[in-house]
Write a protein that binds this ligand. Structure first.
Ligand SMILES: C[S@@+](CC[C@H](N)C(=O)[O-])C[C@H]1O[C@@H](n2cnc3c(N)ncnc32)[C@H](O)[C@@H]1O
Length: 430
């Protein structure tokens, strides 16, 4: 193996940083060596300095792409860490739909999601599957999921949506696999209708976020760990700039924004944490789940949140023009009956799914909160079995019993007395 020199380490770490913001130090010598060695063979080079010089001189940009793909860590899996997808399904999505359903009455509700370092696509497809499993009929929403990553290789794989046995076995429950993937013999490929929900693009988080539009939810997980503290802060503050005022940011389970930026505040939901823009009005008892999405014992009525005006879209699908002003209250009407989840995902015409029907209610949260998605039958049973409670009313905790219903005790006594009198009268008359 060609040994890397101190000079080459210094040159290549600076070059890598300039390309993608990945901050390597001398302790990453082995990483540089092992990741770039295959490129020496590929380009017939005899040293790492030669690799650098050739890459800088390469006008086609191909070597640069190879270097970025080689140095970035694309480790990912389906439904990684589970809890972010639980909070997405049972808290973030219901809150967004509640807030939007009134302003988009009868029109498709736009939901824009960005997976900001999506690697080979597992995060994007997990989001798409979570959406289908939660919303059922997607034709009532205008869904767009943007998956971006700096690695061309990763984006190409994500876009193709094919995974081998090992990748599939990491995080995908069998029933979900069979519902949303097709066997290709040597692997599994995501079904067209799920693939069509997403757009994949190469995007460097170090660059300005212009032209992306705004998002309701941003997943930026397990990427900022590779950045310097300053770059980390800059990335999250740029995300703040593209997030809807009531949108949500999900970061990696081992990451925190504490000490990184004050633009976000953490919100706790069950075992998970997500972030919202600092100063975003917090639904009552935000640290506990909303009435819509949480088992009754912890329910609390959420308060109205500001909604945002129409915004530009990456996909070209714009939001309806007539949006209520900022600060318009969220839907507070009674909750319509729960909707059945469709047994198989509806075909999606493109990145966005246009709706021509009134907005359906969200299916209520299943009793269990396991990420492994429930079979359609159990979702239907769940929907059928539980009548939906009025929307903004928190049901009483199970331990608190309601007083017995019926007339007050003094009324009962009076009625008894009257009946006794009547009976006595009758007896006297006889
Ligand atoms: C460990 S993966 C995380 C994938 C996924 N978000 C997850 O949590 O499973 C990190 C990804 O960040 C990407 N990445 C690194 N630097 C980046 C940058 N400057 N801009 C965009 N993506 C970047 C890498 O290519 C890699 O695919």
């Amino acid at each position: 193996m060609v040994a890397i020199t101190a000079d080459e380490i210094s040159t290549l770490t600076k070059y890598v940083y300039a390309l993608c913001g990945v901050a390597l130090d001398a302790s990453k010598t082995y990483l540089l060596e092992s990741r770039f060695k295959p490129l020496l063979s590929k380009y017939g080079l005899s040293s790492y300095m030669e690799l650098y010089q050739k890459a800088v001189a390469d006008k086609s940009g191909e070597m640069e792409k190879d270097i970025v793909s080689a140095i970035t860590t694309n480790e990912t899996l389906f439904f990684r860490d589970n809890s972010p997808f639980e909070v997405f399904k049972h808290k973030i999505l219901p809150d967004i739909i509640d807030a939007r359903s009134k302003m988009y009455a009868g029109r498709p509700i736009p939901i824009r999601i960005w997976s900001a370092a999506c690697s080979t696509g597992q995060e994007v497809y997990s989001i798409a599957i979570a959406l289908i499993e939660t919303l059922g009929r997607l034709d009532r929403y205008q869904i767009s999921i943007l998956g971006t990553d700096i690695s061309d290789e990763a984006i190409a794989k994500a876009s193709y949506g094919k995974y081998n046995k090992f990748e599939i076995e990491r995080g995908l429950p069998m029933n979900v696999l069979h519902r949303y993937f097709t066997s290709t013999g040597d692997g599994w490929r995501i079904k067209d209708e799920i693939r069509a929900m997403a757009v994949f693009k190469k995007f460097n988080l170090m660059k300005p976020f212009t032209g992306l539009g705004r998002f309701d939810v941003v997943f930026c997980r397990n990427v900022a760990i590779y950045f310097t503290p300053q770059d980390k802060r800059a990335v999250f503050e740029k995300i703040a700039g593209v997030l809807e005022p009531d949108g949500a940011l999900i970061i990696g389970s081992t990451e925190s924004l504490s000490g990184v930026t004050t633009m976000f505040e953490p919100r706790r939901y069950m075992r998970a944490v997500f972030y919202q823009l600092a100063g975003t009005p917090r639904p009552a008892a935000m640290s506990t789940p909303s009435a819509l999405s949480q088992p009754p014992a912890f329910s609390a009525p959420p308060s109205p949140r500001p909604v945002s005006p129409p915004r530009p879209s990456v996909t070209g699908a714009s939001r309806p023009a007539a949006a209520p002003p900022r600060g318009a209250p969220a839907s507070v009407g009674p909750r319509p009956p729960a909707q059945k989840a469709s047994p198989s995902p509806p075909p999606s015409p493109g990145v966005t799914t246009a709706m021509r029907q009134p907005t359906p209610p969200l299916p209520r949260e299943p009793e269990t909160v396991a990420v492994s998605t429930p079979a359609p039958a159990s979702v239907e049973q769940e929907a059928a079995a539980r009548p939906a409670p009025p929307r903004r009313q928190a049901p009483p905790p199970p331990t608190r019993r309601l007083p017995p219903q019926g007339p007050p005790a003094d009324k009962v006594a009076l009625k008894k007395l009257l009946m006794q009198k009547k009976a006595a009268k009758k007896a006297g008359a006889a």
